[in-house]
Write a protein that binds this ligand. Sequence first.
Ligand code: SF4
Length: 382
Amino acid sequence: MAGLLHDRDTAVYVHFPWCAKKCPYCDFATRAVEPASIDHDGYADAIARDLENRRAQLEGRRLVSVFFGGGTPSLWSAAALGRTLERIRGAFGSELDDLEVTAECNPSSLSAEQAQAFAAAGINRTSIGVQSLRERHLQFLGRLHDGAGALRALRDAKATGVRVSADLMFGMRDQRDVLADVDVLIEEGLDHVSAYALTIEPGTQFGTLQRLGKLETANEDDYARMFLEAEARFGAAGLAHYEVSNYARPGEEARHNQHYWRGGDYLALGAAAVGCLSEDGTARRWRNQSDPQRYLAEPIEEWSEALDTSERIQEALMLGLRTTEGVDLDGLAARVGVDPRAGRERALERGFERGDLSLDGAVLTVPRERWLRLDGIVAALF
Ligand code: SF4
């Protein structure tokens, strides 16, 4: 069943735009800096001003989750992060009981002390960028930690009592080790793992190497084998494949991401953060000033757009069909004012005939055994 979405429920995403080093595959809005040069309090103050400018838009909304992403939020001082969290909670009239507050952390900047300080500041879920436990993969990915450091960070985070997730990367050349990493993460007793494909983006170091024919990655068949074998191993250990790139024990799903996949509203704070809020049947998306120094001086938007109904439907299908929950077509129709079935009757029919789509009441899903072809299946609906 698709999860229930209340239209005043709002998640908050806070972007931390700095990393100690830029990874060669990364095209996120982040800059490499000397950690000692980060203006911790200045950044918290800029976000406080950004939040203040949004107050009127938060009227009557309920806070459902907070996610500190990046970049590398574990480089931020726990005091500045904690102050930011307090202000966010204070800006909403109400919040969900048991509010999920996540911080993305890198093993190289998550000491045991930092993990404790984050937990004391109100973080109750930590998502750790493990990526791999093997030196050769970590070196290839340009990461600053080694396998032992990643395991230490996972254990330190778990010792604080917060929920812990690990990010794991697929798609490197010769991936047999990835399955061994899956087994180790299962043995570590994790309740949530995000397993992402390495994607090569233009404008990154890897993008350049690929253009020059100098980058070796997994071929499609190898990738498909790993994807299915990892799913089988996680499944046998009780971690359900609930979204294309995510596994969790029942009840341990990432609630912030679920809100986003269900098409919920989200407020963006911080440099380069993207938000989307709906009001009276319309929706507006924006991106904040992406240059961190300019954001520190004046936290304003650098771009925004009104989303029309067909864009909202397209986005809801693209996100929702990545999950086992799927998309509640009646709920979506009520939210955007147009039935998403209208104009795509034949595309839906063809999808049902091929077994690419399935309908339970009004809930549309892509069966899990078809997820390797998800992009093509969703594209056929537009
Ligand atoms: S640590 Fe993460 S956000 Fe930072 S450069 Fe590497 S992949 Fe990108």
